[in-house]
Design a protein around this ligand. Sequence first.
Ligand code: PEP
Length: 253
Amino acid sequence: MSESRRPLIAANWKMHHLRQDASRYCRELLRGFPPEIAADVVIFPSFTLLVTVAEGLAGSSVAWGGQDLHTEPKGAFTGDISGEQLADLGCSWVLCGHSERRRDHGESDEAVGRKAATARHFGLKPMICIGETAEERRAGATQEVLERQFRAAVAQRPEPFALAYEPVWAIGTGETATPEMAQSTHAFLRTLAARVLGETASDGLRILYGGSVKPANAASLIVQKDIDGFLVGGAGLDPGSFSGIIGSSGPGL
Ligand code: PEP
């Protein structure tokens, strides 16, 4: 395994928290957070909380990022946010193609690829989310869907990026993929990445699992060969449970 695959653990706050909660969260997360932690940690707050989080995490090893960005660098796009604006707030990462954006905002595979490329243009690392729905899995189309989403997302080679495999049926449902099921899909994705990007890029690619990860199931998932971290929703809203998940990924917390 490539050394660049240091565990990466991310919390997606979605549309939760106010400024006071965000400040308290940062204080509690950083309390006792060892500098030698064996994982990279990222928080994805709402846009309105980015300044608060940037202040709360300043000087720590925890990074922050935006939950979305526009495909275009700037322009007349009311209500949207640009990669440059995120970079201006000290973001290092940005989520691209979360299933809730694909579902609620009609983001196409192609748009996700353009977002990932725009992110790189502004020095942000895209965390590209892909995943099949329950119907697609039942229809035996999981690999076909993931391959289509992956090829479109990386069409413009937005390296370095991280890939988050998030089966839609496991997001916010309490239903987690078993470690074996997740590992087999991650192994498929790594082989696919080797075909599309080459062996070296595939070997160094961090593939995160997302979908109802909790402190209780994180350890059994992270030991899988091709699982390099987590994108966490619900359990990432509380600094205590998020720390528990981070702690499961290696010595440190
Ligand atoms: C997510 O939305 O990215 C996610 C994985 O959510 P949850 O952990 O709540 O399933």
